[in-house]
Design a protein around this ligand. Structure first.
Ligand code: AMP
Ligand code: GLY
Length: 422
């Protein structure tokens, strides 16, 4: 198979590494990729939102499958663009249609979907400028904290959690007035759920599914889960609190009705469903859906998949997932992100990275890196994700932290407390 993988982060490096292990792979191309993905294939400089370019390039390179890493091309309709064209419709696309991607692209759409298919989630109210008074009344009539979510994609920044009712009301007005542009023209006000979060991933063909290894990520920049939100500072798979009893509830109360809903609504959905969950009184509730894999969760989830990943993806694209078993490494995996000083606010790029170990049982995933002449340099906020295995997540983290300490670049920062709450 010739495969084109879209994206440039640690997630895509991790997917590329798993694809490269498959005997089924002829050529792997990654657009645009990073210095790590180029260890497993050929990076190509394509604009992943220019679907005409992606289509003609894919035809010229006899691509059989396009795997979409990030959400933006999916929400913009890359699946539909490839399938609507007689010349490219034979290409398998891993990632849903624009309609299916609305599960991530619109919080209000996702809430209505969960309501219709009885998927447990926080109570909510959808608010626009037309029913702003109803929104204010909802806040006044319910106890805080208040969760305000911009309906559309807002680069991970569109969720505000506010303790005080008056403050929540003024934030609601600001959001509706365009604080997050068009993304907050609609706002979802949600009941606050208090619990521990985790991430479940299913690969689906739109009717059947396989569940991938469960993970927990750490989104805040500071130790003890403090400070600003980031894309993710580290992850553990599996988190020990996700018992098989809890996982059974997740499957029967959440994954099954979600996939049934996708099937009943008739979405073209061949790809990953990432379900952000929270455990409250030992019951799982959905915090959000995403239409792609998580980052950095992929850096612990994919290394634990021992099955041939191309076989899994092909079964999804052929609609034969019900015949597939997934083989998962029973060891624990943990990853820690090394980030640029200043991230998630302003940071500098182009810092030379040194002391990457060449012989180690750990995996060094590149997130924001590139080659500059003969130097490996930083090229993003999140720079490297160091994944290790162990009999438990603590042993895995011990190996990761030794390497995190050794690798050097100016401004390097990482959280040394990943897993602190487990
Ligand atoms: P989201 O973009 O929907 O994943 O929200 C971002 C973060 O806000 C989540 O990872 C949670 O930590 C938090 N959050 C979202 N919804 C709720 C909720 N209903 N109750 C408590 N925390 C929430
Ligand atoms: N790590 C969370 C995400 O990828 O959205």
């Amino acid at each position: 198979m010739n495969i084109l993988l879209l994206g440039s982060g640690g997630r895509e490096h991790a997917i590329a590494r798993s694809l490269a292990k498959s005997k089924r792979l002829d050529h792997l191309y990654i657009a645009p990729g990073n210095a790590g993905s180029s260890q497993h294939g050929t990076n190509v400089d394509l604009n992943i939102l220019d679907f005409d370019i992606i289509k003609s390039w894919s035809l010229n390179h006899k691509i059989d499958m396009i795997i979409v890493g990030p959400e933006a091309p999916l929400v913009e309709g890359i699946y539909d663009a490839i399938k609507a064209d007689d010349e490219t419709k034979h290409i398998a696309v891993i990632g849903p249609s624009a309609e299916g991607a609305m599960l991530e692209g619109s919080k209000a759409f996702a809430k209505k979907f969960m309501e219709e298919f009885d998927v447990p989630t926080a109570a909510y109210l959808e608010v626009t400028i037309d029913n702003i008074q109803e929104g204010k009344d909802y806040i006044n009539n319910n106890a805080g904290p208040y969760v305000l979510k911009a309906d559309g994609l807002a680069a991970g920044k569109g969720v505000l959690i506010i303790a005080d009712a008056q403050e929540a009301i003024s934030s609601l007005s600001e959001m509706l007035a365009g604080q997050f542009g068009q993304a907050s023209a609609t706002v979802v006000i949600e009941q606050f759920l208090d619990g521990i979060e985790f991430s479940v991933f299913a690969l689906t063909d739109g009717k059947d599914y396989v569940i991938l290894p469960v993970a927990k990520d750490y989104k805040r920049i500071g130790e003890g889960d403090t400070g600003l939100n980031t894309g993710g500072m580290g992850a553990v798979s599996p988190p020990p609190f996700v018992t098989s009893e809890l996982m059974q509830k997740v499957e029967s109360k959440i994954v099954q009705p979600t996939i049934e809903g996708i099937s009943k609504r008739g979405f073209d959905y061949i790809g990953f469903v990432f379900i952000g969950l929270i455990r409250v009184d030992n019951e799982p509730y959905v915090i959000e859906y995403n239409c792609r894999m998580g980052d950095p969760e992929t850096e612990v989830v994919f290394p634990r998949i021992q099955s041939d990943v191309i076989d899994l993806l092909e079964a999804a694209s052929r609609g034969t997932l019900s015949e597939v078993q997934i083989d998962i490494n029973p060891l624990s995996a943990a990853t820690v992100m090394l980030v640029s000083g200043g991230y998630p606010e302003a940071y500098e790029k182009g810092k030379v990275i040194s002391n990457i170990p060449t012989t180690s049982n750990s995996i060094i995933f590149h997130a924001g890196t590139k080659m500059s002449n003969d130097d490996l340099v930083t090229n993003g906020g999140r720079v490297l994700a160091i994944t290790s295995f162990g009999e438990n997540y603590k042993l895995a983290l011990d190996s990761t932290k030794r390497i995190a300490e050794d690798i050097q670049f100016e401004g390097k920062y990482y959280r040394s407390d990943i897993g602190f709450d487990l």
